[in-house]
Each structure stands twice: as C-alpha cells, then as structure tokens.
Design a protein around this ligand. Structure first.
Ligand SMILES: CC(C)(COP(=O)(O)OP(=O)(O)OC[C@H]1O[C@@H](n2cnc3c(N)ncnc32)[C@H](O)[C@@H]1OP(=O)(O)O)[C@@H](O)C(=O)NCCC(=O)NCCS
Length: 313
C-alpha cells in the first residue's frame, strides 16, 4: 500500500472516494468537490491540515484527514480526525495505517490530541477506534423537531425584536455573541474569526438564514441563531431536513424566552421552504441546552460518541 499526501489536483478523485467510502455512515450527506474544498482545504478555522490518501495498486481506497486549530484558547493544539475506506477494502489494515501515519505527522507538529465522532450504534467504527486506543470522552446528542407536528406559535419576548440578520452589516455583533457564548466550551471548537465566519456563511450549495434578537430600545444584539439546508442533499436522499447550526443568547438575557423566539422564527423559515424536519446537535454535557430544545418540542433521536486520543506521550 502507498500512502501519499493529498494534493489539489486529486480533488475530484478524492470527492468520488469519500462519497463512496462514507456512503454507509449514518446521516452521511453527499458532497460536491466545491463543498469538500470549502470544508477541508480552504477552511480557515483549521490552520493546520493533514490529509493522506491510501492507494493499492494505483486505486485510491482510503483517506484520513486531520483538521487542527492551533489558535485554541488553552494554547494546546487539538485535531479532528475523519477516516474512511472503500467497503471492499475494509478490515485489511488500510484505515489503521492511515490513522497511524496521520498521528505520526501530527506528533511531529506538536499536536496534543485528536478526536473523532462515531454514531453510538456503529459497532465497526467503535471497534476500529478502540483498537487504535482512542477512548470515549463525550457524546453529542442529536435532536429533531417534526414540523408537521403542530402549528407553530411565534412567541415574542417583551422588549425584544427578532429579525433576519443581514451580512456583512450584522457580522460583528453576530460573531461577538457567538464567541463570548462559546468561550467556555471545552472542545476543539474555538473562537470564530472574521474569515472563518465568511466561509461558514458562504458554504457552497446550501440555503442558509440567520436571525438576531435585538433590544427594541437600543438595537443591542442579545441572541443569534443560524440555520441551513442543502437542497441537493435533500433531493438525493428524498428527505426535507434542515439544521440549526448555532444558537446563543447573551448571558444576562437567558431564560426570557429569547432562545425559544429565535427557534420558532427559524422553524417558520424552514416551514416556508417546505422543510419537514429540523435538527440540532448538542454535547451531552450541556444539559441546559438539551432541556431547552426538549422544551421547544424537539426529541432526542441519536447520540454520537466523541472518541479521543492523547498524542503527547
Ligand atoms: C440554549 C440557549 C440558546 C437558550 O436560550 P434562552 O433564551 O435562555 O432560552 P428560553 O428562555 O427560550 O428557554 C425556554 C425553556 O428552555 C428551558 N431552559 C432554557 N435554559 C435552561 C437552563 N439553563 N436550565 C434548564 N432549562 C432551561 C426551560 O424550560 C425554559 O423555559 P422556562 O425558563 O420557562 O423554564 C442558551 O442557554 C445559550 O445561549 N446557551 C449557550 C449556547 C448553546 O449551548 N447553544 C446550543 C448548542 S448550538
């Protein structure tokens, strides 16, 4: 087997590979080359990327990618890992060699840890990462809201206006609130820069919409939410799904119905686009956020295990 570094001329070949090798991942969405480029190659949130391809007799059979954000708050460096192998080449050591090669390269660059996400019912992946000595650290809960369930009622907290965000005008406020509300979260997700926000908001091929909650008297932004759906993916999978990507309310304005107001506004936007199911993902340790979504009619559907490995010893 030959393991080589990814180069941009292999983008089409690579996109075809991941669309085949990840097709059986639960919730896998097919990506275009343009989306792959935006997620993995140009993505500025992660200033270090390691990207390896495995060839067997000139056939591309597997890949592993590590995205590393070296600007993380605690000054240590963490990476996110994705690895996939074509079904017919699995269970023959390809994935293991790819992950070991990625680990070696990351260690040389002083990356301290690596994490990956596995659906709790995906036994093959769990076994794979167990064997590679990753350990389960946390779970992510996926919640869903079925839009045909009940008529939505728009709640409006007193003194608060909810309106659609307009970019770039609202970018600074949106980013500020997001970064302050997330600064306490211990994970690979770090502060979003202006450039990474631009990439996030202009992700190719998706319909997105952000709303803001502002104070009626001063216009101060006290809550944000962002939503998107991928019409091509929906069509291909025969589903009508959209995702609440991020939601945050400023600390001093919590428990006043602002988060609910933003959620209802987003669900209404989704309904107007024919969406049937809204989903959100929250770390299992964030009990308040889970409670919040349940209170707003979401139900817990799936959980995803976060597996981690320490590279510093
Ligand atoms: C999740 C979040 C957006 C909720 O915003 P909010 O404006 O405080 O929520 P609401 O006032 O609309 O809450 C509605 C209901 O949700 C539940 N809820 C909200 N916050 C809760 C908390 N801290 N503890 C327990 N239940 C809570 C309650 O049932 C609440 O109704 P009640 O106040 O009448 O009891 C906010 O806590 C937040 O910004 N968290 C940090 C960011 C985050 O975790 N985002 C989610 C992942 S993307």
């Amino acid at each position: 087997m030959k393991i080589v570094e990814f180069t941009k001329d292999k983008l089409e070949e690579y996109t075809n590979l991941i669309n085949q090798s990840r097709a059986d991942w639960p919730q896998y969405r097919r990506f275009t080359a343009e989306q792959v480029e935006s997620m993995y190659l140009s993505n500025r949130t992660y200033n270090q990327k390691r990207h390896l391809l495995a060839y067997l007799e000139e056939v591309l059979v597997g890949e592993a990618i590590a995205l590393v954000d070296s600007s993380n708050q605690d000054n240590s460096t963490h990476g996110i890992l994705y690895c996939s192998v074509l079904p017919e080449y699995r269970n023959s050591g390809v994935g293991q060699q790819l992950v070991e090669s990625i680990k070696k390269r990351l260690k040389q660059n002083d990356v301290k840890s690596l994490e990956t996400y596995v659906p709790h019912d995906c036994e093959v992946s769990k076994k794979f990462y167990d064997k590679l000595e990753f350990t389960e650290t946390e779970r992510e809960i996926q919640l869903r809201f079925y839009l045909d369930k009940e008529a939505l009622e728009v709640k409006k907290p007193a003194g608060i206006q909810i309106r659609q965000a307009v970019f770039p005008e609202d970018k600074k406020d949106f980013l500020n609130l997001w970064n302050t509300s997330y600064s306490s979260v211990d994970s690979v997700f770090s502060k979003m820069t202006s450039e990474s926000f631009d990439e996030f908001i202009n992700f190719p091929g998706v319909e997105s919409c952000c709303f803001l909650a502002t104070k009626e008297d001063s216009g101060k932004v006290v809550g944000i939410i962002s939503n998107y759906f991928d019409p091509v993916y929906n069509k291909e999978k025969g589903v009508l799904e959209a995702t609440i990507e991020m939601i945050a309310v400023e600390e001093t304005y919590l428990r006043k119905g602002i988060g609910s107001g933003l959620t209802v506004k987003s669900l209404t936007w989704m309904q107007s686009h024919g969406i049937r199911v809204a989903q959100a993902r929250v770390f299992s340790s964030k009990l308040n956020s889970i409670e919040f979504f349940k209170r707003n009619g979401f139900s817990v559907e799936k959980n995803i295990i976060v597996y981690k490995i320490n590279l510093s010893n």
